[in-house]
Structure formats: structure tokens, C-alpha cells
Design a protein around this ligand. Structure first.
Ligand code: CA
Length: 232
């Protein structure tokens, strides 16, 4: 498997020529590419679950740095890697960018090799974070790449939706998610699914975990949604 396999990159850039050049370069390097001309569309495309955002500093409407700040504040995109594209002369704004939660900067005009190297480095770093491949909480071990769950050393089969749900919860422990947020994150952009579906799958997941007592980690937060908590 190549380094770029299955990685999706969202480009938020209003200048068409630069956007097309980036898109071409990334495609050729083996990435899947999502494009947006501004922050509003960029936010919509988050539903397609990019692994990294290439974000232009100067955007019409919401600026790149403001968009980065919003991404960090939203629990569902809080850990999404961001590389900011700046023009020469905007470099002194880097501090503002880092404060907003940007992971790295690339100054225009940049070389293709430099950009690809930065992307690779950031993706490697984020892959090594807990929450990406192996997540262990209490006696539960989740291998998100291999789609396997072991409870106290023993494999437990879950339905694919229950697996994704548990994987999302374990990767974002202690945070409360509304049904809408869970639909976006776990089901993606399937608009035909009702909020109630979330409750159905939560119930199935709890039932599967119940014999081991781990169902209690999935907590209902009245009026808000659900939370996976390490603490019982
Ligand atoms: Ca621009």
C-alpha cells in the first residue's frame, strides 16, 4: 500500500488556477481530492471526511485563519490536520495561524515536492495519534484499520455501523455528540436517515457490550445526545 492510499485532502482556495494546480498535483500523487472555493463550501465538504485540509489564508468571506479557528472549536474537526497556504509577505501572520490551530504553513509560490513532503509528514504524525488505528479504553481494544474489536482479549463481532459508531466514540471520548453530529460523522452524507436511526444503533451497540458491562460507557446526555465516557 502506498503512503497516499485512501487519504483525502480538502483544498479550500478561491483562486481557480492555484486550486486546479493543487488538485492536479495531489491527484497525481495518489490522493483523493475535495475542492472548495470558500470556507462555507469547505465546511460542507467536511461531511466527506477529509484527512487533511489545505487552507488558503486569503479567502473571500470567512478568512482562512478564522475558518481554521472554527474547525478547531468544533469537536468533529478538532483534530483535523490543517496546512495553511500563505503568500510571501503574509509570513508574519504565522503566529496568528498557529494560535488558531494550524499545523503547518506553506508559502506561495511553493515547490510540488515541498508541499507533498509537508502533507506526508503531517499525515504520518496524525496517523500515530491514538484514535487513528488502535484505541484501547479499559478492557476494550479497537483496531480501526483491521475493523476488529477485542474485549478482555476476546474478539467480539459488531455490525459495521455499530463498529463505526464505537470507533468514533472511542476516538472522541468524553465529548457529547448530538444525533445530527453522529449522523454526519458515522453515516456520512446519507440524507435519508432519520435521527431515530442513531438511537436504534446505539441500542444494538449497548446490547452487544452489555454482557461485559461496557455498555455503561455509552451514556445518554438528556437533551444533548450521547457521550462515550471512560469514567463510570
Ligand atoms: Ca486566495
Amino acid at each position: 500500500m502506498s503512503d497516499t492510499a485512501n487519504h483525502k485532502i480538502l483544498i479550500v482556495e478561491d483562486e481557480e488556477a492555484i486550486r486546479e494546480m493543487l488538485s492536479f498535483t495531489l491527484h497525481r500523487a495518489g490522493y483523493e481530492v475535495l475542492e472548495a472555493v470558500d470556507a462555507r463550501i469547505g465546511k460542507e465538504r467536511l461531511r466527506e471526511k477529509p484527512d487533511l485540509v489545505l487552507l488558503d489564508w486569503m479567502l473571500p468571506g470567512i478568512s482562512g485563519v478564522e475558518f481554521a479557528r472554527r474547525l478547531r472549536q468544533d469537536p468533529v474537526s478538532a483534530n483535523l490536520p490543517i496546512i495553511m497556504l500563505t503568500a510571501r509577505g503574509e509570513e508574519e501572520s504565522k503566529l496568528k495561524g498557529f494560535e488558531a490551530g494550524v499545523d503547518d504553513f506553506v508559502t506561495k509560490p511553493f515547490s510540488t515536492q515541498e508541499l507533498l513532503a509537508r502533507i506526508k509528514a503531517i499525515l504520518r504524525r496524525s496517523r500515530n495519534q491514538p484514535g487513528e488505528e488502535m484505541i484501547a479504553i479499559e478492557g476494550m481494544e479497537l483496531d480501526t484499520a483491521g475493523h476488529r474489536l477485542r474485549i478482555e482479549g476476546k474478539p467480539l463481532d459488531l455490525g459495521p455501523t455499530e463498529f463505526r459508531l464505537l470507533s468514533f466514540f472511542m476516538g472522541h471520548a468524553e465529548r457529547v455528540f448530538s444525533r445530527d453530529q453522529l449522523l454526519d460523522q458515522v453515516w456520512g452524507d446519507n440524507v435519508y436517515i432519520e435521527d431515530r436511526t442513531v438511537d436504534v444503533h446505539i441500542r444494538r451497540l449497548r446490547r452487544a457490550l452489555e454482557p461485559y458491562g461496557y455498555d455503561r460507557h455509552i451514556q445518554t446526555v438528556r437533551g444533548a445526545g450521547y457521550r462515550f465516557s471512560r469514567h463510570l
